[in-house]
Write a protein that binds this ligand. Sequence first.
Ligand code: DMJ
Length: 492
Amino acid sequence: MRSWKAYKEHAWLRDEVTPITGKPVDTFGGWGATLVDSLDTLYIMGLREEFSLAVEAVSNNISFETTEAKTINVFETTIRFLGGLLGAYDLSGDTRLLSKAQDVGDMLYKAFDTPNHLPVTRWDIHAAARGEPQTAHGNTLLAELGSLTMEFSRLSILTGNPKYYDAVQHISELLAAAQAKTKVPGLWPIVVDASHEEFDLGSDYGLSGMADSAYEYLPKMAALFGQSTGIYADMYLRSMEASNKHLFFRPMTPKADDILFPGSLHASLSDNHVSTNLDPSAGHLTCFVGGMLALGGRVMSNKTHVEWADKFTKGCIWAYSSFERGVMPETMSLTPCSSRYDCQWSNSSWHGAILSTQSISTGAEGAVKVVEEQRLPPSFTKIPDARYILRPEAVESVFVMYRVTGDPSWQDEAWRMWTAIDKMTHTELANTAVWNVNPKPGEDAGKADSMESFWLGETLKYLYLIFSEPELVSLDDWVFNTEAHPFRRLKK
Ligand code: DMJ
């Protein structure tokens, strides 16, 4: 309520409120990102008066016909605006929301008006309005291409118009055709060429930002359609098989925790032979993996995936608890175990990993100095980005694990995360992103005066649901898009 009130009082109808200075900012086209992202959160929390007021504001004041922004991010507009409107409609049945969803869907559909019908993902909407010819980009991020399926499919189901589904199904078919042909069969490169429909040429692979939700949407599409087989289930199973082989790693920790993280990979081809190099780095964004595997494991009756999910989710809990203030950073590099099955702590291996990660040529004393100066917790070899920007992925996976297992110890973990997050990010008005989750004792985390719409749309919603009855937005009936907007699942 504090965060919502701050938005209402200081940035109503704008994209975000700055949570320290109380100023409005437009970061996503100026169409009220926080307003739209918060709709279903208000509904789920039973704040029905606030919900009615918000629906009225969206219906009367938000128009997708104009924007001051030069370019539109099609992915962000899809997951936040189209997803937010569809989720709120699916929950409430208020047809004003479906009609707005169709408005934004029709606008976004024009981004597919290219020679090969693949979307321009960073889109000059003004040029499009002038009727100028447009082509999909040569360098397109996998996540921005592969994470439109849920929203466009749901829009087709709800409106009865198949054109939105056709547009995204075309992308999925191209991805399916390329999946076995890449340098790391089963995975797609993080950057693909949408202009020439070449999805198999890049050399960098991983499940982190820029690729993440393309993988997440595979089991979620199967869940949305009530399927446990088919194109999405197949792509999901193949991609996780390859991830298990090439990306998953166990970090070496003092307590020999049996946890996992997804690293990233550079693959190079010479003499018809592909060599790969695992980078044992991860970050807050990769914490969605636990939730994805738990959901995929349940939908496809795959016990192994649920076991992996447990290890990935515990990995992020471990990362949170590795820091004195109890919150993990945006990105980090870790010391990998040489075997996933037996891994004992060794100080000298950790120090050696620090020296090689940071390309330092001094001996062991050099590493000790780095640990001290950079305040590296055990196993961490580098913290390239120490911010916490109110992201949801860690609590999102805890939520799915709690719903899938019913084990209340996940609630305890969520409570620890929540209290640490609130303590670090609390402002007089709301909550803010911080610059450094790992400050020296007595120092502040450095408040960044920013509160992205996913704080209300995702992080607080997942936390609320962890402490609610499991019937509230049951995962048997609903599937969340990557911005935590619940869509009703079709039954088999
Ligand atoms: C959200 O917009 C979505 O969860 C997206 O998939 C990743 N980034 C943010 C939250 O961190």
